[in-house]
Design a protein. Structure first.
Length: 154
């Protein structure tokens, strides 16, 4: 099976509206990526990283170092998403990078202590503003996945 790539918003068909997804993700990744280079953001994400089974190894770089690494990855994702607006394979790669990012950040809801608590029915509820903030990543994951799937031509 051969994989073919396309830039969804310029492909034949009615995918032009996916440009809204691409450029909103670019804006979000720029915003969050630049913030990772500030002490405030570095301190804010430190507990998320420390409790993550996937990212806790970054602690060897210190709080500021781990934030800078994440910020660099986010800004790299921006660059690939932008290039992906004209190069088909980059469209898929950038969307895949965004998917991985939002899978990881969504996992923080489950790995960071105190973000959720069990309700009387046993169903976990989000109990903090941080948890509520992280829930938006589910929608961003869906947007990234939509762009990724649209970047793969049938």
């Amino acid at each position: 099976m051969t994989v073919h790539f396309q830039v969804p918003e310029v492909a034949s068909g009615s995918y032009w509206y996916l440009a809204f997804l691409r450029w909103s993700m670019v804006a979000i990744f720029i915003w969050f990526g630049i913030q990772k280079f500030t002490p405030y953001a570095a301190e804010a994400i430190a507990p998320l990283i420390a409790n993550s089974p996937f990212m806790s190894w970054l602690s060897v770089f210190g709080v500021r170092g781990e934030a800078k690494i994440i910020g660099t990855i986010e800004l790299t994702t921006v660059a690939v998403l932008i290039v992906g607006s004209v190069i088909a394979m980059a469209s898929a790669v950038g969307a895949a990078m965004a998917c991985v990012t939002f899978l990881l950040t969504t996992s923080f809801v489950f790995s960071t202590p105190g973000i959720t608590q069990k309700s009387s029915t046993g169903f976990p509820i989000v109990s903090t503003l941080l948890g509520q903030f992280l829930l938006k990543d589910i929608a961003l994951l869906a947007a990234s996945l939509t762009l990724l799937l649209a970047s793969l031509s049938p």
